[in-house]
Design a protein around this ligand. Structure first.
Ligand SMILES: [Zn+2]
Length: 201
């Protein structure tokens, strides 16, 4: 597995709906964010890269810039307050979540993924000492009984081939572990481990 990392920086103001610390709740305040975006691939492309750094900047540069000097407010704030902010801010993002570093990391991850880049993790530093991270653990459960014919024993290569035909398993850039219980039930777990195994429970 190969992983590369591209770092972005932005100054951003937000207001939290709920927060333990009073300095973060009930007031608009800002942070100097550092956003680390990780991209992974099991195999390199013809040029020996996971993805060209230049392409990353090309595809997501303007999106990442859109966070710079933005004001991020949760949509749970009162209507008149949101309206007032809307009228007086050019870069206002009203988001359907409490804009914590965790939620923003997830938002950024999903937005980059929607641009068809092989993003594997987003780490968002809100302060010099605190960051939040979002990544996906892809778990796909597949009942292999649909492929099992009576009195027929199926081997590893058969299940591997069948699983690779599943559109929801991205076997091109991730490896798959197959766990089969008596070849009757099967769980494919994409956790970036470089092995494939079938065993009986
Ligand atoms: Zn804050």
């Amino acid at each position: 597995m190969y992983t590369i990392r591209k770092q972005f920086k932005f100054e951003l103001a937000h207001q939290l709906d709920e927060a333990y610390s009073k300095c973060c709740k009930n007031t608009i305040h800002g942070h100097s964010y550092i956003c680390e975006v990780f991209f992974s691939a099991e195999k390199l492309d013809d040029t020996g890269m996971v993805i060209d750094f230049g392409k990353i900047k090309n595809v997501i540069g303007s999106y990442m810039d859109s966070w710079d000097h933005a004001l991020v407010i949760p949509d749970t704030m009162r209507g008149y307050y949101l309206e007032s902010l809307r009228e007086n801010n050019e870069n206002l993002k009203i988001v359907p979540y409490n804009p914590t570093a965790e939620n923003m990391a997830e938002d950024i991850y999903k937005s980059i993924k929607a641009m068809n880049l092989p993003v594997s993790k987003v780490r968002l530093h809100e302060t010099t000492t605190g960051w939040a991270e979002y990544t996906e653990k892809k778990i796909t459960k597949i009942d292999v009984r649909q492929w099992q014919k009576p009195k027929r024993t199926r081997g590893l290569s058969f299940f591997k081939r069948k699983l690779q035909q599943q559109k929801n398993l991205q076997t091109n850039d991730t490896s798959v572990i197959v766990r089969a219980a008596g070849s009757m039930a099967c769980t494919a777990i994409d956790n970036n481990e470089d092995e494939m195994d079938i065993y009986d429970d």
